[in-house]
Ligand binder design. Structure first.
Ligand code: DGY
Length: 323
């Protein structure tokens, strides 16, 4: 069996595949292969499985290039908006993702962003490094508390509910949430309140954290209108997918202090930043690293490899995703 890995990843997964006796070929450059390169490599190599990541656009042409012997594309990510699931299904190619293993890490990063923007940590770091700290001052860099505030969670899946857990257990926050499915058990356990209309989250919350997959229905879920519904003291946190926010509208809202601030790990036109975003003090930007810890990236590597092994051994992979 021959496996193509589109980008170097932590070694646990590739080692598992090699221990099975599979041949593992890793893309030689330290960057995402361009689509025409990927197509050429797949056609040339004749692979039984591909381990790809969220920057690889896996569409009908790429799937065709992989050929009929290719059984699976295992995505090295929980999100799979980079893959045309219908085209894969039509070709009998299985698609898998890596849920669960990154939940805690992404929830931690979400909180890191929330605390950092509310306490102006990045701004204060820049201030201190610039030699501007002359003396302690009662009004210096005032932020806002997180404790006891209202957190609005949009998307109460694995990561959203873990963030809500930390908010309630760690910071005595009140949680309101919106999801396509109401979760009464969660409400009972965490005192969380469901909002059927997502607009109510935007009106009521002091912090809003986005945890929805990127779908036609969630693209630009946060637009100019919803930003204007937010409280002036509110903060927006995004560790889901960039296009969930209309980034031009966000830049305007931050510039005009329609909201207090935003902390985002994902970008609408990743890795490009919308003009003006990086010039603002009231925003924290991290480069899509919410799952980037040694432990989690190894666990993702292992899980992606296990999905491939299951598929190549004729079993249904544990993390099969369907259109
Ligand atoms: C995912 O797994 O979808 C994340 O965005 C990767 O950090």
């Amino acid at each position: 069996m021959k496996i193509f890995v589109t980008r170097q990843i932590p070694d646990r997964g590739p080692n598992l595949l090699k221990n099975k006796g599979y041949e593992v070929v890793v893309y030689s450059e330290d960057r995402t292969p361009r689509k025409n390169e990927l197509i050429a490599l797949l056609k040339k190599g004749v692979y039984d499985a591909v381990l790809c990541d969220l920057d690889d656009k896996i569409d009908a042409e790429v799937l065709d290039a992989a050929g009929k012997q290719c059984k699976i594309f295992a995505n090295y990510a929980v999100g799979f908006d980079n893959i045309d699931l219908k085209a894969a299904q039509e070709r009998g190619i299985m698609i898998t993702n890596t849920p669960g293993v990154l939940t805690d890490t992404v929830a931690e990063h979400t909180f890191a962003l929330m605390l950092a923007i509310a306490h102006r940590v990045a701004e204060a770091d820049r201030f201190t490094r610039a030699g501007k700290f002359k003396e302690w001052a009662p009004m210096l860099l005032l932020g806002h508390d997180v404790s006891k505030k209202t957190l609005g969670v949009v998307g109460l899946g694995r990561i959203g509910s873990r963030v809500a857990h930390h908010a309630v257990k760690g910071f005595d926050m009140k949680v309101i949430y919106h999801d396509v499915k109401r979760n009464e058990e969660f409400e009972g356990e965490f005192g969380a309140e469901f909002r059927e209309n997502v607009d109510d989250i935007f009106k009521e919350a002091d912090f809003i954290s986005l945890h929805v997959p990127l779908l036609p229905a969630t693209r630009h879920l946060v637009d100019e209108r919803r930003l204007k519904l937010m409280k002036k003291i509110a903060y927006l946190i995004n560790t889901s997918r960039g296009p969930v926010i209309d980034e031009n509208a966000l830049v305007e809202a931050l510039k005009n202090r329609v909201i207090s601030g935003a902390a985002i790990d994902v970008f609408e036109n990743e890795p490009a930043l919308t003009p003006g975003l990086a010039d603002l003090e009231n925003v924290i930007l991290t480069p899509h690293i919410a799952s980037a810890t040694e432990e989690t990236r190894q666990a993702m590597s292992e899980l992606a490899a296990k999905n491939i092994i299951e598929a190549l051994e004729g079993r249904t992979p544990s993390n099969l995703v369907k259109p």
